[in-house]
Write a protein of this length. Structure first.
Length: 241
């Protein structure tokens, strides 16, 4: 029986790259999206064209009740997840003095509360299955070093790091590893409008990262070879820190 891996935010960007990278590796992929069903279906079609298996799920990770119901129903029908990739997230950047409460709340509720909302329904089934597992959460370089105009985003991503480090301790004896990845500037639609000429001057490698460079790390952390790696924050940022 193939191992099942849930990827949140799989319809685009890094989540999509993760799905396509994992497609030929024999996992059953559960591809989450919030609103863009056509993009999620396109990702699933590409997964299948690469020889992979999968299905799509739709829910808003900031909606606790909806997320819990959809995940519980999926687990009851298809079985326990082996891997969970908490990738979905949003940003709403602005200098702090003009950042309104809605921008703060929306980013924190989605990025940080969303981590709880996704993981809480799935962790106990993973423990009960007694087959180990992998949890990988997407943080950010902003959560490690901070960034101008991203007080809300950095707070949410730093919170993810604290949660990962704590959860890793709780789950270690269950052979469930919990790690965070902290990408730097990755070429996705989220970074498309950034002043890249200026930003690249701050990157020692003088280029943006590619989504595949995050996906390959995810694949390694899911593998048996990474079974002794837990409670870590792995930065992929071209030398920025």
């Amino acid at each position: 029986m193939n191992k099942t891996v849930l990827i949140t935010g799989a319809s685009r960007g890094i989540g999509r790259a993760i799905a396509l990278y994992l497609a030929p590796m024999g996992y059953d992929l559960v591809l989450h999206y919030n609103s863009n069903k056509s993009s999620a279906e396109k990702t699933l079609d590409e997964v299948k064209s690469l020889g992979g298996n999968g299905r799509i799920l739709s829910f808003d990770i900031s909606n606790r009740e909806q997320t819990e119901k959809v995940l519980n129903d999926d687990i009851n029908e298809h079985g326990v997840y082996y891997g969970v990739i908490c990738n979905a997230g949003i940003n709403a950047d602005n200098p702090f003095p003009v950042m309104d409460g809605d921008a703060w709340d929306k980013v924190l509720h989605t990025n940080l509360d969303g981590l709880y909302n996704v993981l809480h329904p799935v962790v106990m089934p993973m423990i009960s299955a007694r087959k180990g597992g992998r949890i990988i959460a997407m943080s950010s370089i902003s959560g490690v070093m901070g960034n101008r105009g991203q007080v809300n985003y950095a707070a949410s991503k730093a919170g993810i790091i604290g949660a990962v480090k704590s959860l890793a301790i709780e789950l270690a004896k269950r052979n469930i590893t919990v790690n965070a990845i902290a990408p730097g500037v990755i070429e996705t639609d989220m970074t498309a409008e950034l002043p890249m000429e200026e930003i690249q001057k701050m990157i020692p490698m003088r280029r943006m990262g590619q989504p595949k460079e995050i996906a390959s790390l995810v694949a390694y952390l899911l593998s048996d070879d990474a079974s002794y790696i837990t409670r870590q924050v792995i930065s992929v940022n071209g030398g920025m820190i």
